[in-house]
Design a protein around this ligand. Sequence first.
Ligand SMILES: NC(=O)c1ccc[n+]([C@@H]2O[C@H](COP(=O)([O-])OP(=O)(O)OC[C@H]3O[C@@H](n4cnc5c(N)ncnc54)[C@H](O)[C@@H]3O)[C@@H](O)[C@H]2O)c1
Ligand SMILES: [Zn+2]
Length: 305
Amino acid sequence: MRERVSGSAAARYAARVQPPDGAAAPADGTGSALLGDAARLLRGRRVVALTGAGISTESGIPDYRGPGTLQRARSPMQHGEFVRDAAARRRYWARSVIGWPRVAAAEPNPAHAALVAMERSGALAGIITQNVDRLHARAGSRIVIELHGALAEVACLGCGAREARAALQARLIALNPWLDVDAAAAAAPDGDADLTAAAIDRFRVEDCGGCGGVLKPDVVFFGGSVPRDVVGAAYALVDDADALLVVGSSLAVYSGYRFVRRAAERGAPIAIVNLGPTRGDPLAALCWEARAGAALPALAALVAG
Ligand SMILES: NC(=O)c1ccc[n+]([C@@H]2O[C@H](COP(=O)([O-])OP(=O)(O)OC[C@H]3O[C@@H](n4cnc5c(N)ncnc54)[C@H](O)[C@@H]3O)[C@@H](O)[C@H]2O)c1
Ligand SMILES: [Zn+2]
């Protein structure tokens, strides 16, 4: 049976706009009565977390659809374009050589750590993440399904050989000694570098040393598909859970949203911790408008403690 913690849908949306405890509540959302509601919802249940870019913004990695990113013009790489078009690959790798050091240097934040504490205490059965930054694993979470892969790895589309992104990064920098990676990164603090067309034309990309095939970061681009075994493992985790905790995802991408639908179909209560509305709100028992880095440690203390 679906449990509704904060009453009607209207009441839940109202809670987003105005925390019940009024102006005294901290802006990060942790003063909200929804903290206690969320803890009661999750305590004693087998919880699975579904995370998105919003859990990593406090580690300095920008999201796509947060309040601060709405205005930004972004055209994420499309899978078909990457595979077919050498110029698109050159553009991707040229920008990515500049953006990668920021992702590689990012550290897990207290929200990642809170999920580690919940797992260790037995309160969390695992994490399904849409993120490609590998911060859950770096924080110490053991059961993590990376739905969209990880930027830390590169795979050859020809022979399937894999290698660490760090190794390819070093070779790309050596191939393009004229590119001042540090200066370009400083000019584009979110790593989505605006290189000139001339710089992109000049950029040299490397193919697979073994078979000459196309090297691709081991992530699922838009228009690409999540491997079936990965989707299956994520469904299995959800099907085994008694509750789903969504953190930092607009759920605009179906790839993650489908697990919220599955949990709802199974009658497992869904709690959402997110800044701003999500596509899953109508399916959730509780929507808590809060900053993940503040909310999750408070929640973990109540649920895991
Ligand atoms: N860190 C990463 O690996 C990363 C970053 C950007 C995009 N992506 C990819 O792009 C897609 C984006 O979809 P998505 O749903 O994950 O992200 P999204 O950008 O669509 O949504 C992120 C949500 O998190 C909220 N948010 C931002 N900071 C928050 C905070 N501190 N606390 C709580 N909420 C916060 C935003 O308001 C937004 O609603 C994913 O498929 C992912 O693979 C990954
Ligand atoms: Zn190869």
